[in-house]
Design a protein around this ligand. Structure first.
Ligand code: ATP
Ligand code: MG
Length: 403
């Protein structure tokens, strides 16, 4: 027996009162984007649920496309029926029989949204449970840990039957929390920070600092490949690549060595903030995690954060590296991040960066240099790339050919 649609349950939307319409509209857009490769599928949007009518498209492939969409709590392939008890009994029996194997157990989960329906949930459970027990030889009930959970959902317009519930990506629909800039290095942390903030409904644009010839095209390609993974969550991903060589060279000429790292971070933040203004975003996201490296002590953050009042969001601040690696694997950025190409910070890293820099000192050292024109120039020379959902990695840039 084949399912004819997929029923999509909204995540936290229901708690958001006034924003509900915006959230549902955005989720609708995300689902539409994800279903572009399935032209026959149709989307039906309701207040409480969304339905994807399969119209002959492959159910498993569509489920795969829905799995990554933020704002979906869970979804179930389902069959829609009229509210006629005989038809419901017959279809329930067909559905469960089609997946039943000897020795399997079942339970019924009834949900009655339409309170005018003639049976209450207890009556539905016993009527349908009895019907299955009578007609499927050997089947047993297990209410705690059943192999088959038959969902019978009675809504105003119809009844939906399903034996499967798949967990969605959760979170809030893309873009419903506004826009922020993601400082994206090629490392493990920042893509994970990006993923987690997208999950909370942020639309992100990436900013990457690039210092040719000290950092290679391959290091840049890493960031582009990571951006492709993020694009699949966002619908698309805008990446700003900032030429940073001259500024880094100037820092190394003018700032005492143990303060170069602090000054570099401050300049990266100032430039990111300029791009943020231009792109009309309201926050900056980084992959910083407390205590992980010299630049991520509280003293460092205090000295670096000094250059802007813009909210800096650090989703990983209290997350351990092992957990970060686990998420990086789940979102498929791990293997890209561990490619061995240096980014601009690693190349210029001083032998012993200050782990407890003083804000006043770095301000003093920077006061001898007018960085402003160079910041303007770097911003004006930013290369912006727009990466669309579903773009594949170029064959010639696969892992193997990179070495
Ligand atoms: P990551 O794994 O994200 O590279 P990290 O543990 O290497 O982080 P740092 O090198 O101290 O830590 O960088 C801290 C944060 O600064 C990064 O998570 C990222 O948000 C930002 N950052 C570092 N290098 C760059 C870069 N080249 N371009 C843009 N942002 C960067
Ligand atoms: Mg790094």
């Amino acid at each position: 027996m084949k399912y004819d649609r997929i029923l999509i349950r909204y995540g936290e939307l229901s708690t958001k009162g006034r924003n509900r319409k915006k959230f549902v509209d955005q989720l609708h857009k995300s689902v539409k984007m994800a279903l572009l490769p399935f032209p026959l599928a149709k989307i039906e949007v309701k207040r409480e649920r969304m339905y994807v009518l399969l119209n002959g498209e492959n159910e498993t492939e569509i489920a795969g496309a829905l799995k990554d969409i933020f704002g979906i709590q869970s979804f179930s392939p389902a069959i829609k029926l009229e509210k006629d008890i005989d038809t419901m009994k017959e279809t329930a029996l067909k559905l469960v029989s089609s997946i039943y194997q000897e020795g399997k157990t079942f339970k019924i989960t009834a949900k009655r949204v339409d309170k005018t329906f003639s049976l209450d949930t207890g009556e539905i459970n016993s009527l349908f449970g009895g019907h299955l027990l009578k007609n499927i030889p050997g089947i047993k009930v297990d209410v705690r840990n059943p192999d088959i959970n038959l969902l019978i959902e009675i809504r105003e317009e119809a009844v939906y039957l399903s034996c499967e519930t798949i967990q969605g990506a959760q979170g809030l629909p893309s873009g419903t929390s506004g826009k922020a800039m993601l400082m994206l290095s090629g490392g493990l942390d920042s893509p994970v920070a990006g993923y987690l903030s997208m999950k909370r409904g942020l639309e992100l644009e990436g900013v990457h600092f690039f210092s040719p010839p000290f950092t290679s095209e391959r290091a840049k390609q890493k960031v582009i490949d990571i951006s492709k993974k993020l694009a699949n969550r966002n619908g698309h991903f805008v990446l700003h690549i900032v030429p940073f060589t001259e500024i880094q060279q100037l820092i190394h000429k003018q700032i005492p060595e143990n303060y170069t790292m602090t000054a570099t971070r401050r300049l990266m933040l100032r430039i990111t903030d300029e791009i943020r203004k231009r792109q009309e975003a309201l926050a900056i996201v980084t992959g910083e995690s407390l205590g992980q490296v010299a630049s991520q002590t509280l003293e460092s953050m205090y000295a670096i954060n000094d250059v802007t009042n813009t909210p800096i969001l650090r989703p990983l601040i209290a997350v351990d590296k092992t957990e970060i690696i686990k998420i990086a694997r789940e979102i498929d950025t791990h293997d890209i991040s561990i490619r061995p190409y240096e980014d601009c910070c690693t190349v210029f890293v001083p032998a012993s960066p200050k782990t407890k820099p003083k804000r006043e000192k770095v301000q003093f050292y920077e006061s001898f240099v007018d960085f402003e024109p160079m910041i303007k120039e770097a911003v004006s020379k930013v290369e912006t790339i727009i990466i669309k959902q579903g773009e594949k990695m170029d064959a010639e840039k696969t892992e193997e050919s990179l070495f």
